[in-house]
Design a protein around this ligand. Structure first.
Ligand SMILES: *Cc1c(COP(=O)(O)O)cnc(C)c1O
Length: 387
């Protein structure tokens, strides 16, 4: 049996008629940049996360860059970033002229809150002075909401801005308990000043190419970012400052607006698949399943286990037709791109240990029960051969 890591063709097939007619209608308008397709998607996407404003952009990286710029982060500043994330989180910091300061993660793969505090107090393992730190980017890695309430508390104590990297966590939320019995869904991207999303094709909400968006409840910030992503302008040929061309394309907004209607259904599919994996893998001593607490609604962009003999298991699965991935094989402080920052091996023990153990199993909404069973049986076969 072949089990692909993701399958974007199936999703298109299931929406083909609706998608094709939305795209044809869009093309017939002749309005390819800007226009109603974009405004419509922005409004729907803001609503889907209980946010007031949404600015569509051309990638998640642009969404992060525009957010940091909008909050005034620039040359000479420093920004706290998890050391285990896709490099774009740190690149966005570099794009502003600021410097990323890395922080290790905890067992949830998200920012280690204690280490975050220690870094800010200058008492971290690395003993860095924290004078120039202006912002912090919690990442909701793999689709699991990071403890943004805790991060916000720390950010406020130190007067830092907070940008949430939601590129893997569309529609994930935590349950906040209010007074008495009441509770509230706190969507990712709405606790910090902004939430940055990617619609790279394989993300939980994926375009037919690159795209992204920023959500915020701050009207002034939304306006500033909107100008930044469109040449410093809202009125044609009136430019307040040199900006970028980070606009979202109309055709991607059209595609995303159709797909957004099915996001909940897709998330349900991912969560059900994760449940099936969890149930079947929990008994395998050599495997650690992903953490999920009761109050966090994990949207399983990735289903990441930790496994003994990871490399050999990955090879074994590959030979049985099961595609897997590593997210991520090398923490950011050890990447050539950031060798100038002066970090060294041993600086982030958890990230360095886990990157040799993590394995991302096939995960997409349309994954079938029998495929999951095959993956699990293959993992069992691997370990029983070991013994
Ligand atoms: C995908 C991703 C990004 C970047 O998004 P692009 O649309 O590819 O620019 C940033 N951060 C994280 C955590 C991501 O997974």
């Amino acid at each position: 049996m072949q089990v692909p890591f993701v399958d974007l063709k199936q999703q298109y097939q299931s929406l083909k008629n609706e998608m094709d007619s939305a795209i044809s209608e869009f093309i017939a308008t002749g309005w390819f940049v800007g226009g109603p397709a974009i405004a419509g998607f922005e409004s729907d996407f803001a609503d889907s996360h209980n946010a007031k404003y949404c600015v569509g952009v051309n990638s998640g990286t642009s969404a992060l860059h525009a957010s940091l710029w909008g909050l005034g982060v620039g040359i000479g500043d420093e920004v706290l970033v998890p050391v285990n994330t896709f490099i774009a989180t740190a690149e966005a910091v570099s794009l502003t002229g600021a410097k990323p300061i890395f922080v290790d993660h905890d067992d949830s793969y998200n920012l280690d809150i204690d280490e975050l505090k220690q870094t800010l107090e200058g008492k971290g393992r690395l003993g860095l002075p924290a004078d120039n730190i202006k912002a912090i980017i919690p990442v909701h890695l793999y689709g699991l909401p990071c403890r943004v309430d805790k991060v916000l508390e720390i950010a406020q104590r130190y007067g830092l801005s907070m940008v949430e990297d939601c590129c893997q966590a569309h529609s994930a939320y935590s349950i906040d308990s209010l007074s008495g019995e009441e509770s509230r869904k706190n969507y990712v991207g709405t606790t910090g000043s902004t939430g940055a999303f990617s619609f790279y094709p394989s993300k939980n909400l994926g375009a037919f190419g690159d795209a992204g968006a920023i959500i915020t409840n701050d009207e002034k910030l939304a306006q500033r970012m909107r100008k930044f992503v469109d040449h410093g302008s809202t009125t044609k040929y009136q430019h307040e400052f040199p900006g970028h061309n980070y606009r979202i394309s109309g055709i991607q907004a059209t595609v995303l607006r159709v797909k957004l209607k099915y996001l909940q259904k897709c998330t349900d599919g991912r969560r059900e698949n994760a449940r099936l994996y969890n149930e079947a893998l929990i008994d395998i001593a050599e495997v650690e399943v992903p953490p999920e607490t009761q109050n966090d609604y994990h949207v399983y962009h990735l289903y990441v286990i930790r496994a003994k003999e990871r490399d050999r298991l990955q090879e074994f699965l590959k030979n049985r037709g099961v595609s897997t991935g590593l997210h991520y094989p090398k923490p950011l402080h050890l990447q050539d791109a950031y060798s100038n920052l002066g970090y060294k091996e041993g600086d982030f023990p958890r990230a360095e240990k886990y990157c040799g153990e993590i394995l991302s199993l096939p995960m997409f909404p349309e994954l079938q029960r029998k495929q999951i069973e095959y993956v699990v049986d293959s993992i069992k076969a691997f370990y029983s051969k070991e013994n």
